[in-house]
Design a protein around this ligand. Structure first.
Ligand SMILES: [Zn+2]
Length: 312
């Protein structure tokens, strides 16, 4: 959108990354200069680095290749949408592969000195006081990956062109850290390293209205809800002699519930009950509900849930 105000611009050269303060309502555009370049990406809550982008939750909600319309989520128990992918002109990104590392290049290729995403991320994050241990699982932009039938992830050739870009809209204040992926011996960036352009924009009202509403739920917890809100300043793990277990939801209480099913729902239940669960109606019903939830979660189902008497 041409009416966006540009706040800052950089070009990241191969072998480098950039920590960018991205406030809520600002957009980070990550853009190909020559094309064919993969970008690794980390993202932390700017005011609490212990909350960061969680690839596991993100791929559960949006699949292995999140693109336009996906959120970047933080880990439990906070589970907040940190960023929204407002635009993605190429449409291929990855949350399957970890960042490449010095170990990878030495063990697989025999290079004991090689550009790699972990070391680049660590150096870029050091500007904000973070350590190499704080680098988290990477969101890999423009990286083309597939999963084979035997369950292995593979990298395929990417074909981005100059100007292809991903626009990330911050929903909370974050530290966003993209880096030029250091892999020049893989298909990731087609065997050479190229620069990447970064632009920070102020989002327009039209940008903000594109973002679907994300509910704030009771189960999303913050450090004020933690029984141990203190971040360890030392590295060794020692037992707290005053520790008394207080597990959430324990003791577990099981209640019998009555369930009302339509004829169609009862037929669905019959289809899974006998071949899989035998006489266990409760397990079969939970299977049906799980299937419904899974379809709804993945956006595949239009229909509502079976009517369940009592609370769920
Ligand atoms: Zn890399």
């Amino acid at each position: 959108m041409s009416d966006r105000k540009v706040l800052s611009e950089w070009v990241m050269q191969p072998g480098t990354g950039k920590a960018v303060e991205l406030l809520a309502g600002q957009i980070l555009r990550i853009e190909q200069v020559e094309g064919l370049q993969c970008v690794d990406f980390n993202c932390f809550n700017l005011h609490d680095y212990k909350e960061f982008m969680h690839c596991g939750r993100t791929r559960t909600v949006h699949g292995f290749n999140p693109s336009k319309g996906a959120f970047m989520w933080s880990a439990p128990p906070r589970e907040r949408a940190l960023l929204y992918i407002l635009d993605d002109t190429y449409g291929r990104n990855d949350v399957l592969f970890p960042r490449c590392s010095a170990y990878v290049y030495e063990s697989a290729y025999g290079f004991d000195a090689h550009t790699n995403c972990h070391d680049i991320q660590a150096e870029a994050q050091r500007e904000y006081g973070l350590t190499p241990d704080d680098v988290h699982d990477s969101f890999n932009l423009f990286m083309c990956t597939e999963v084979t039938l035997d369950g292995r992830a593979t990298i395929t050739r990417q074909e981005t062109k100059p100007g292809d870009h991903v626009d990330l809209l911050a929903l909370v204040d974050v530290l966003a850290i993209p880096n030029v992926c250091g892999a020049d011996v893989m298909r990731t960036s087609n065997f050479s390293l190229k620069p990447i352009k970064l632009t920070v924009f102020e989002a327009t009202d039209a940008d903000m209205t594109c973002v679907p509403k994300v509910p704030v739920l009771k189960s999303q917890r913050t450090p004020k809800d933690f029984r141990n809100p203190t971040i360890k300043p030392d590295r060794a793990l020692t037992r707290d002699p005053s520790y008394v277990a207080q597990f959430t939801n324990v003791p577990i209480v099981v209640e019998e519930l009555s369930v009302t099913l339509s004829e169609e729902e009862a037929a669905t239940l019959d289809r899974v009950r006998l071949p899989v669960y035998g006489a266990d109606d409760g397990a079969a019903l939970r299977d049906v509900l799980f299937t419904w939830w899974e379809q709804r979660f993945l956006g595949a189902a239009e229909s509502g849930a079976p009517d369940i008497g009592g609370k769920t």
